[in-house]
Write a protein that binds this ligand. Structure first.
Ligand code: ZN
Length: 407
């Protein structure tokens, strides 16, 4: 862990402040529309309206932040960093005050544990799939649910596509989720374009721009490392010119922007096109902490707070989701305490309350009455809880359903 973690692109992000630049925002919106449909090895199926019949009709959106301490969030001094979560969202939410990661406090294992309901101890860098079935697999297998109904969209580069399905016999990738890493795809697109241009000179932006635009005009999105998905190859001319202008602006202004902002926009696009019944979103701007910038870490918390709020508003205004969706928001773990030998907020590997205990907010149809739940609940309890909401039969896992959450 530590500095070895591959957060280079995070560090290059330049912080959420750069999003004030509207050309970047335009680019991200345009890129999100294009990126939806990327990296979908077996989703030949069309969008919404083709949901399997099985299940409760309920939908679940799980939003997972990287490592975030209570000190910077739900605490008297931290609350200013989460104005949305602690403001209007809290008023209609169940707040679980002691959510515990009792497993490995590294990204791939933490998220695998949440998704499988068992404490996973596989490779920290995602070289191996979770050892027991994920929520996606339980849901898809038990209720004959289409892959287009289960998605994971993630900013965290410590994850790999193996996060979407386990190595368990009887389950595995044929029951897995669509897994998309928008930022990685976008960076790959630029790298591929550079290679195709045979320039290798990053400073040669004008040439890259010509290259990108030539590919767009030729309809050759694969040339950019972008697999095309049905609607995209028949772009409306206005959409095409918007994207061209956005790419041009983006290339001129240079550099990637907030990974979480792009992850949000892709998530929104996936919701609009596929209305998945189970959507897991991983935000990781906060992980810039590994590079030691407290200010950027806190800015990442603020971005997460804002994007979680926007997602909730999207849910509340989308007829496919409104009134039948439960949203969970939780960090993967905390971070190390100040003064620790592991450099405090930089890392998340100490066996302390600061690293193990965080919180979770639950909103929507499975919340009977807003309030505070103080008893300890484990990360592994979420899988059984969500499985229950989606209409699965009881699953085999270490975790147990959270009694306060039900429909
Ligand atoms: Zn980390």
């Amino acid at each position: 862990m530590g500095m070895k973690e591959p957060y280079i692109s995070c560090a290059l992000a330049g912080g959420p402040g750069s999003l004030a630049d509207s050309s970047r925002r335009d680019f991200l919106s345009a890129a999100a529309a294009l990126l939806v449909g990327l990296g979908l090895p077996s989703t030949g199926v069309a969008g919404g309206g083709q949901h399997g019949a099985g299940g409760s009709g309920q939908r679940v959106v799980v939003v997972i932040f990287g490592g975030v301490r209570r000190a910077e969030t739900f605490s008297p001094e931290g609350i200013e960093n989460i104005p949305h979560l602690s403001g209007d969202m809290l008023r209609s939410a169940l707040l679980f005050a002691d959510i515990r990661n009792e497993g490995v406090t590294a990204h791939f294992n933490a998220i695998s544990s949440i998704l499988t309901g068992n404490w996973q101890r596989v490779d920290d860098w995602g070289k191996f799939a979770p050892a027991t079935p994920t929520l996606f697999e339980f849901f898809r297998k038990q209720l004959r649910v289409a892959q287009s109904d289960t998605w994971m969209i993630a900013s965290n580069k410590a994850l790999t596509s193996l996060i979407g399905a386990s190595s368990a016999s009887q389950y595995g990738p044929s029951y897995g989720a669509n897994v998309v890493f928008p930022k990685q795809l976008m960076v790959a697109a630029v790298v591929n374009a550079l290679r195709a241009g045979r320039t290798g000179n990053l400073a040669d932006r004008a040439r890259i721009e010509t290259e990108l635009q030539a590919m767009l005009e030729a309809g050759n999105y694969e040339g950019l490392g972008w697999n095309v998905f049905d609607g995209v190859s028949n772009l409306d001319p206005r959409a095409r010119s918007t994207i061209e202008a956005a790419i041009s602006n983006f290339v001129r202004s240079g550099g990637p922007t907030s990974g979480d902002e792009l992850t949000y926009l892709v998530s929104k696009e996936v919701m609009r096109k596929f209305s998945p019944r189970l959507l897991v979103i991983i935000f990781s701007d906060v992980e810039v902490a590994h590079f030691g910038s407290y200010a950027l870490h806190v800015a990442g918390i603020r971005t997460g707070d804002r994007l979680a709020h926007q997602l909730w508003q999207d849910i509340e205004t989308d007829p496919e989701y409104k009134g039948k969706t439960t949203m969970f928001i939780l960090p993967e773990f905390g971070r190390d305490p100040d003064g620790s030998i592991t450099n405090g907020f930089f890392n998340h590997r100490s066996d302390t309350e600061s690293t193990r205990s965080t919180w979770m907010m639950t909103m929507g149809s499975a919340v009977e009455k807003p309030g505070l739940v103080e008893r300890p609940i484990r990360h592994v309890d979420l899988c059984s809880t969500v499985a229950g909401l989606l209409g699965c039969r009881r699953i085999e896992a270490q975790g147990v359903p959270i009694a306060e959450v039900h429909v």
